[in-house]
Design a protein around this ligand. Sequence first.
Ligand SMILES: Nc1ncnc2c1ncn2[C@@H]1O[C@H](COP(=O)(O)OP(=O)(O)OP(=O)(O)O)[C@@H](O)[C@H]1O
Length: 224
Amino acid sequence: MIEFRAVGHSFGDRVVLADIDLELSERRIGIIGANGSGKSTLARMINALVVPDRGSVHVNGIDAARHKRQVRREVGFIFSDPDRQIIMPTVSEDIELSLTRIERDKAQRSARAGAVLAQFGLADHADHPAHLLSGGQKQLLALASVLVTGPAVLVADEPTTLLDLRNSSMLRDVFSTLDEQLIVLTHDLDLLSDYDRVIVLDEGRVVADDEPAAAVAAYRALMS
Ligand SMILES: Nc1ncnc2c1ncn2[C@@H]1O[C@H](COP(=O)(O)OP(=O)(O)OP(=O)(O)O)[C@@H](O)[C@H]1O
């Protein structure tokens, strides 16, 4: 359960989020809205990358602002730009680095990295330099590196922007089988068609909160 209580936030004079009260308990939730409506800022509060000026955010009972490390163990975050989170020189080393936090045995880490790379269609690239992957492959690697640590909540900021049709459908399949709670920010409205709940932000406020078809209709009306 993720709770936003009376959350507000400004960058300088600009109010980016206002009066956000949300209880997010559904398994798959989409967040949509115009460019600059505050989606990323809201999502970043879930793992304390942004701490709200006003109000509080709790993740499974943990106050995100007060317990950043603890909350980051609960919440895996996937950035829209995978270069921000790929750290190690090779593909498999990057996965193994993520695993150091939860697996002490090097051979086990290597085996688990191999399994997750196979799941994401990256097995043939295991020993390749990560920076030579295509944009879409990097996005899959970033996703694999986060998922391999087993977070309770996965927040993905525009996860399909770099993916071709095959890979975005693979990502959709991966997401549909996840046990983790999933919060997806996207402009790819089709991705959310079978989600449990979709929230529409406009100028930092929640303007619709509904099942996907109704929320997308509200968003289209807002944009027309
Ligand atoms: N670190 C920052 N410093 C100053 N302004 C910021 C910062 N981060 C975001 N903003 C501003 O806050 C507003 C909301 O940005 P945010 O990235 O949350 O929107 P978004 O809905 O995710 O947009 P997009 O769909 O374009 O990714 C924008 O006007 C943006 O310029």
